[in-house]
Design a protein around this ligand. Structure first.
Ligand SMILES: Nc1nc2c(c(=O)[nH]1)N[C@H]1C(S)=C(S)[C@@H](COP(=O)(O)OP(=O)(O)OC[C@H]3O[C@@H](n4cnc5c(=O)[nH]c(N)nc54)[C@H](O)[C@@H]3O)O[C@H]1N2
Ligand SMILES: Nc1nc2c(c(=O)[nH]1)N[C@H]1C(S)=C(S)[C@@H](COP(=O)(O)OP(=O)(O)OC[C@H]3O[C@@H](n4cnc5c(=O)[nH]c(N)nc54)[C@H](O)[C@@H]3O)O[C@H]1N2
Ligand code: SF4
Ligand SMILES: [Mo]
Length: 796
């Protein structure tokens, strides 16, 4: 029997039945329109589909819960301001299917634990608070009163507030995020991990050090106006589809695009814009004019080489460098000795390819640099992003039109959640403003991020794990270790819309609190509530749902958070002034506090009520001001990293298919890559297949090792020949998270390095299965001093 996920027999699909078709050469087009409408109508029915999609991303409608790509100005929006993946995300939320109490009565948790993520998600919306009692076999419905009381009593029974952890996923609104962090801090802990810890954390760390703010510096208009856009480690055709419209505008205005990626991702190459006649007839726009098929982890070397060539060729904006940066002299010294052999080994590219891109850079007076997970999820990700920033600074590409840094965020409000203070590191000024506004002293010491939460779980130090959205169990690395550790909590609490893996890995007790989604009308005693969100380009605006809720028992996330806080804290901390009850019913009360506490958000309520909202300040973008210790942007010196896998091994990246949103699996196809019908595949270069003796169609166990000798196994994968960089392979997240060792993280940001795991292939069935009773495979916090050859070797 083939076993798709964690040994789960699954009757809906045999996940290894993969068909390999021809790769698509253009993204979007008629097919994308057809797929979005079919998916939406299949889940919502025709009337609801039309009514819902019509309001998606409109100024008076709701914000897409897909990615964080921005919307055009209200006056430039079209009637259909969304993409295939936005429509899929909406369909998943606005589905008519229900996972109601009868569903949970029919299926035990033990049974549901064997279902795939796909099948769990397809059951539809959760309709009532559900509790798995201690010793129970099934989730049972409970009232909100009982649910809230259980949470409050359990939290108040802890020995220390630090035994509780409050996780946030980037879909939470600003109002939910602000109240959630306030609750955690009023309760007494900074244990506020979020999905950002696994996502753009490396960006936040690197940019804060280099330019004084952890966010990107461009607007949508800057992309349209750029002469050159370099896109590294990002697959926009699947993950930020409307970015293709912006790139199309750029190209039509004479701009050039360079794609840096181990895979020739379809969306980077050509775009059939479904909103134009040309696009619908398949006569699309060619996007990237230069494609660098880089090896995994080679970007640091690439960007350092580009910087070296700019210096060598005198293509430096010396006026900008003198006035606004520090560190240039040391950098110049460092890159003078650049070792081209290292660069070519790290990147797998030819020198001429890199020189061509350096020439494009030299000729461009306005360059935008985009990146995403292919850059952030590596051990040396922070250094890589500083190196990208160096290249931007050398040519003064920050703080002028048509130029800048563009880290493309993932979840629709992940950037907003951080702005609202969801962070395990409480910035001093933010803490001071909380104290001034609410009259209590928040804890100042650092809390747990995601990886440290798992370590603390392994050590039995976490008693309550609450998730505001997301799917902690499936999104985190080292699945066997994490899943086992999650069993140790006294109470798990998950605010969710649909069943997911996290619900099926309960501790002593587990509570599911069902919430309203963005499409739905949020009615409280104070009236119809809206929420606010921030996109990847720091634009903040209102989102109002209008659909009838999936069930009369649902509440908005801010309501849920505030009611729990009220029941837990009463009027604690002593001397504080927090009116939880008022905030629960009237979200303008929350926005009033956001205005007083969050930097850049003064007069928040007024500003978000304007059509299209407002843009948060960004000193480097706005005035070329850099709030670093030196008052200047930092040109950083980094040693080059060369990632190599030992003989007989490959470097594996874990990525997204076209048919998923993170851990929510929409289907089993990856249309643009030409793979259909299954997710248990590894894409490998045909020459590497020959070199390793791998046969197409055979099943393999994929094995990753770690420095302590432990091994992790993903069972039963097909290898497919695929044009990826030599020595590199690709497979899907979250199934392959089992292969990512917990301690394999980015230096400086603690972000799991899920884009470079060393793997080997063993015949299927030859590897032992993980035995949950037998204990963890890694010991948390183990000394990493003695590295052997099972992690990518850094030579510098
Ligand atoms: N439809 C859909 N949209 C999404 C999501 C989704 O799951 N589905 N997820 C959302 C979230 S949370 C996020 S963070 C974003 C993620 O957006 P992406 O970052 O585009 O997501 P990944 O699928 O992880 O793709 C990483 C890309 O980087 C490339 N890559 C991997 N390693 C390297 C490397 O070392 N160097 C270079 N140059 N390239 C590399 C891969 O080949 C791939 O093209 O998308 C968001 N949008
Ligand atoms: N190996 C590997 N691991 C990775 C990554 C990778 O590339 N490779 N990527 C990482 C990245 S970039 C990210 S962002 C994380 C994602 O980590 P998470 O954010 O934790 O995961 P998601 O899959 O986005 O969360 C989906 C769940 O959110 C719930 N949900 C959906 N809508 C709502 C809502 O409106 N309200 C509430 N309360 N819940 C809702 C649903 O129940 C759904 O099951 O995963 C990370 N993990
Ligand atoms: S690009 Fe992103 S935000 Fe825009 S419609 Fe598509 S999924 Fe939604
Ligand atoms: Mo993400």
């Amino acid at each position: 029997m083939l076993e798709p996920w964690r040994g789960a027999p699954d009757d809906d699909v045999v996940a290894t039945d993969v068909d390999v078709h021809r790769r698509r050469h253009a993204a979007a087009g008629v097919e994308a329109v057809a797929v979005s409408v079919n998916r939406a109508a299949g889940q919502m029915g025709p009337a609801r589909t039309l009514n819902t999609l019509r309001r998606l991303n409109q100024a008076d409608g709701f914000d897409c819960m897909g990615c964080a790509w921005p919307d055009p100005d209200p006056e430039h929006r079209s009637f259909a301001e969304f993409c295939e993946n936005g429509a899929k995300a909406v369909a998943e939320e606005a589905t008519k299917r229900k996972a109601d109490p009868a569903f949970f009565a029919e299926h035990s948790v033990a049974e549901l634990a064997t279902w795939s993520d796909f099948r769990l998600g397809q059951q539809g919306r959760i309709t009532e608070p559900m509790l798995l009692r201690e010793g129970g076999t099934h989730y049972e419905p409970v009232t909100w009163e009982e649910a809230v009381r259980l949470v409050a009593d359990t939290l108040n029974g802890l020995d220390s507030p630090d035994e509780a952890v409050f996780y946030t996923s980037g879909r939470a609104s600003n109002e939910a995020a602000f109240t959630f962090q306030l609750f955690a801090r009023a309760f007494g802990t900074n244990n506020l991990p979020d999905c950002s810890n696994m996502c753009h954390e490396s960006t936040s760390v690197a940019l804060a050090e280099s330019i004084g703010i952890g966010k990107g510096s461009v607007s949508l208009q800057d992309i349209h106006d750029a002469e050159l856009v370099i896109i590294a480690g990002q697959n926009p055709g699947t993950n930020h589809p409307r970015m293709l419209s912006a790139l199309e505008k750029c190209v039509q205005g004479g701009g050039r695009i360079v794609a840096v990626n181990p895979l020739p991702e379809t969306g980077l190459m050509k775009f059939d814009n479904p909103q134009t006649v040309k696009g619908l007839t398949g006569v699309g726009t060619d996007l990237a004019s230069e494609f660098l098929p880089i090896r995994l982890g080679g970007d640091l070397a690439l960007f350092q080489a580009l910087g070296a060539l700019l210096v060598e060729n005198g293509a430096v904006d010396t006026d900008f460098v003198d006035r606004h940066t520090t560190g240039f002299e040391s950098y110049k010294e460092h890159v003078k000795d650049l070792d081209w052999d290292d660069v070519l080994r790290a990147t797998g590219l030819e020198r001429a390819q890199i020189e061509r891109v350096a020439d494009l850079l030299a000729a461009s007076s306005r360059t935008v640099f985009c990146w995403a997970m292919g850059v952030t999820q590596h051990r040396h990700a922070v250094a890589t992003i500083k190196e990208i920033t160096n290249v931007a600074l050398l040519q003064g590409n920050i703080g002028k039109p048509g130029a800048g840094l563009c880290p493309v965020r993932g979840h629709s409000n992940v950037q907003g959640d951080r702005t609202m203070g969801v962070w395990e590191k409480l910035p001093a000024h933010f803490g001071d403003r909380i104290r001034a506004e609410f009259g209590f002293e928040p804890p100042r010491e650092r809390g747990h991020d995601v990886v440290n939460t798992v370590r603390a779980l392994v050590e039995g130090k976490v008693k309550v794990l609450m998730g505001l959205g997301g799917n902690f169990a499936a999104a985190t690395p080292d699945s066997d270790v994490t899943h086992e550790a999650m069993r140790s909590v006294d109470l798990g609490i998950q605010v969710s819309t649909k069943p997911n893996r996290t619900h099926m890995l309960p501790g002593r007790q587990m509570l599911i609190l069902p919430c309203l989604g963005r499409t739905e009308k949020d009615l409280t005693t104070a009236g119809w509530q809206g929420v606010t969100v921030e996109d990847s380009m720091s634009e903040v605006h209102l989102s109002v749902g209008r659909n009838e809720p999936a069930s009369a028992h649902l509440h908005g996330e801010p309501w849920i958070v505030c009611r729990i806080a009220e029941a837990t804290l009463g009027d604690r901390p002593s001397g504080s002034r927090i009116d939880w009850a008022a905030m629960a019913e009237d979200y303008t009360r929350i926005r009033h506090h956001i205005g007083n506490v969050v930097p850049g958000c003064d007069a928040y309520q007024d500003k978000v009520m304007r059509p299209g909202g407002f843009t948060l300040p960004h000193p480097p973008r706005d005035t070329r001001t850099f709030e670093t210790p030196s008052g200047k942007a930092q040109i950083a010196v980094n040693p080059i990293a060369v990632l190599t896998a030992p003989e007989g091994h490959l470097l594996l990246q874990t990525l997204r298919s076209h048919d998923q949103f993170n851990t929510t699996i929409y289907g089993h196809d990856d249309r643009y890559r030409g793979l259909a019908g299954g997710r248990q595949v590894v894409m490998v270069h045909p020459e590497d297949m020959s070199a390793l003796g791998l046969q197409e169609g055979e099943l393999y166990d994929v094995v990753s090792g770690w420095t302590d000798g432990s091994e992790r196994v993903a069972h039963g994968y097909k290898v497919v020949p695929y044009p990826t960089a030599r020595g590199c392979a690709a497979a899907y997240y979250p199934e392959c998270n089992v292969l990512v060792p917990l301690d394999h993280v980015a230096e400086g940001s603690n972000c799991p390095a899920s884009k470079s795991v060393v793997v080997r292939f063993a015949p299927h069935g030859s590897c032992e299965r993980h035995d949950a009773e037998a204990g963890s495979r890694v010991k948390a916090g183990e000394d990493q001093g003695n590295r052997s050859d099972v992690e990518p070797v850094h030579l510098s």
